[in-house]
Design a protein. Structure first.
Length: 231
């Protein structure tokens, strides 16, 4: 289907990116990258008194909105899509000074967002430290014989934000006994038994757990006694 001679009516001024070579009906300049239809004939932007405007491609919604707010005169740029048989928005024409002011406003917002992200990161880091401390304290309560540095290491590993580990689960954040114990068991299994070597040797996970279960139980029994220390 051939494109219409003029785009559908829109609110405000409309400028066209033509698909075919067009020349201005008034000054004969061409081919025109952008044109305006007046009384059914194409006009270049200069003849349409829009030549002082600059093109802002679509893509940045905030910048486009602010540019149009800042610009006394603006126009929507459209191009005909043959496959969809319709005109589609390509961007806007705005005053250059208006675009500069809009960019400054967007940069100020970006800086504000950067500062907010930094504050949020500091807040999350402080929350993570407090939670890891609480998790380590609960480990020492349940396993008073667990060395302090080991309890802190287990807590830091289990509660790492975004890790998906037991410390980040709902039960872990509630410091439930089951979640804390699971974190301790996992640490003992990996660090105090040959579990990892068995897995690397091709032993199935359930079989590796069965072979190391006695050693895990021995360490946990020792840690449940105050002052037991490393086992």
């Amino acid at each position: 289907m051939a494109p219409l001679s003029t785009p559908p009516r829109r609110t405000g001024l409309v400028v066209i990116q033509p698909l075919r070579r067009r020349h201005c009906a008034e000054c004969c300049r061409g081919p025109l990258p952008l044109l305006v239809f007046e009384e059914g004939a194409p006009r270049c932007l200069d003849c349409a008194d829009l030549g002082h405007l600059v093109f802002l491609p679509r893509g940045d919604t905030a910048l486009t909105r602010r540019s149009r707010e800042e610009s006394t005169l603006s126009a929507v740029v459209v191009r005909f899509n043959r496959r969809k048989s319709r005109y589609e928005r390509q961007g806007v024409l705005v005053e250059e000074e208006a675009l500069a002011r809009a960019e400054e406003r967007c940069l100020a917002d970006a800086e504000a967002r950067r500062r907010r992200r930094a504050r949020d990161a500091r807040r999350r880091a402080a929350e993570d430290v407090r939670f890891a401390d609480a998790f380590a304290a609960e480990i020492r309560r349940l396993f008073p014989g667990c060395p302090d540095d080991r309890a802190r290491a287990i807590a830091a590993h289990a509660s790492l934000r975004g890790s998906g580990r037991v410390g980040r689960s709902a039960a872990g954040r509630a410091l439930s006994e089951g979640a804390v114990t699971s974190a301790v068991v996992a640490s003992v299994r990996h660090l105090d038994t040959p579990y990892d070597r068995l897995l690397m040797g091709g032993v199935a996970r359930h079989e590796a757990r069965r072979r190391t279960a006695a050693r895990v139980d021995t360490v946990l029994r020792a840690w449940r006694e105050p002052g037991a220390g490393a086992c």
